[in-house]
Write a protein that binds this ligand. Structure first.
Ligand code: NAI
Ligand code: MG
Length: 366
């Protein structure tokens, strides 16, 4: 059977950027014989409008079966006042939780043509290609006890950082596996100097390394120093593995080394399925961008790069992923820019559809 993809385009610019991804999926079928079995369904506000909830049970079931889910974005002003339990974001959270997507991959990759876009010096970011692996389903965002309590006549807000050995092991494995396909280097970040959960994190990552991945180069760093090093000289890193909280902050920081929100892809991976592929969902980092939705202005590259990640991490098509990334690089080098990539010097931006067409042209020439 052909590998299967479920497309959940969602709201706002989600369907606009996903339309360009669909053309690229078709291109792979027509020109490279890489045929995918593609189905489509609703998520977020679009699903709420039809089902009264942001993710139908049938959609959830389908997501569990396919080899990869591609998600656009969810949310928008129309849904801002909905009850918490049916907010568009709940659809996303349900997917992540029920698929148990514990490993969140956030690359920070700098296309040379956009190096001027970074707030850092060009030589610090030119050619940058690092990957942050953030634990996504545990840690302080989920640990119990949590809440706001009354204590000695005042209120106290409590959250609990909590990691089991097996939770650390599985995300560590995911980072080492990635490193083997990249620069063969992992840096693990925690605060073992002041947190017991950090001591356990460091110990378990080291053990997984020694027992299963001795050939990968492993180092450890305190997360605060990590933040500093990311800005000082990010090219020292290949794969960074860290917990949910530090990963949230460090990945946003790393992402902005390289420019626009419209350029940033992500992947969330879970345990291997029967066919050996990991449960997986791929999505751009950006949201539904209601301010530009429906105007043909959205940059489709973040969503297209998310599909490139799917080629690499779900479908073992690393060469084809590189082909797609190179096509994007070529288009950017030619000076083709959506509005979000225009510098202060200005110029004429292309539309979402034109950017997609240019990338397909570059694929044709590849
Ligand atoms: P946003 O990411 O949608 O937009 C932030 C800014 O970046 C806006 O000015 C937008 O126009 C611009 N932008 C975002 N993606 C772009 C692209 N591909 N091309 C060009 N410009 C782009 O974040 P915001 O405004 O905070 O949230 C808007 C809605 O999206 C809210 O309902 C929010 O809850 C939802 N959201 C959904 C996410 C998801 O589906 N994963 C993630 C973040 C927000
Ligand atoms: Mg964040």
């Amino acid at each position: 059977a052909n590998p299967s993809i479920l497309i959940l385009a969602g709201d706002g610019i989600g369907p606009e950027v996903m339309a360009e991804v669909k053309k690229i999926i078709s291109w792979y079928g027509d020109k490279r014989g890489l045929v995918f079995d593609v189905s489509e369904d609703l998520v977020g506000g679009a699903a709420y409008d039809v089902h009264g909830k942001p993710l139908a049970d049938e959609t959830m079931a389908r997501a569990q079966e396919v080899d990869a889910v591609l998600l656009g974005a969810v949310g928008g002003p129309k849904y801002d006042n909905l009850d918490f339990s049916v907010k568009p974001e709940r659809g996303l959270l349900r997917l992540r939780k029920e698929m148990d997507l514990f490993s969140n991959l956030r690359p920070a990759q700098c296309f040379d043509a956009l190096a001027d876009f970074s707030s850092l010096k060009k030589d610090v970011v030119a050619g940058l290609d690092i990957m942050i692996v953030r634990e996504l389903t545990s840690g302080v965002y989920f640990g119990m006890p949590r809440g706001i309590f009354e204590e000695n006549g005042e209120r106290v807000g409590i959250n609990t950082q909590r990691y089991t050995e097996s939770e650390i092991e599985r995300v560590a494995r995911s980072a080492f596996e990635l490193a083997k396909r990249r620069g063969n280097k992992v840096c693990s970040m925690e605060k073992a100097n002041v947190m017991e959960s950090g001591i356990l994190w460091r110990e378990v990552v080291q053990r997984v390394h020694d027992e299963e991945y001795p050939e990968v180069e492993l180092s450890h760093m305190y997360a605060d120093n990590g933040a500093m090093q990311l800005v000082r000289w990010p090219k020292q890193f290949d794969v960074i593995v860290t917990d949910n909280l530090f990963g949230d902050i460090l990945s946003d920081c790393a992402a902005m080394l390289t420019g626009s929100l419209g350029m940033l892809p992500s992947a969330s991976l879970g345990a291997p399925m029967e066919n050996g592929r990991p449960k997986a969902m791929y999505e751009p980092v950006h949201g539904s961008a209601p301010d530009i939705a429906g105007q043909g202005k959205a940059n489709p590259i973040a969503c297209i790069l998310s599909f490139a990640m799917a080629l690499r991490y779900s479908f073992d098509q690393g060469d084809e992923a590189t082909r797609l990334e190179k096509a994007i690089e070529k288009v950017l080098a030619d000076g083709v820019r959506t509005a979000d990539l225009m510098g202060p010097e200005g110029g004429t931006p292309v539309s979402t559809v034109e950017m997609g067409a240019k990338i397909i042209e570059a694929l044709d020439a590849s």
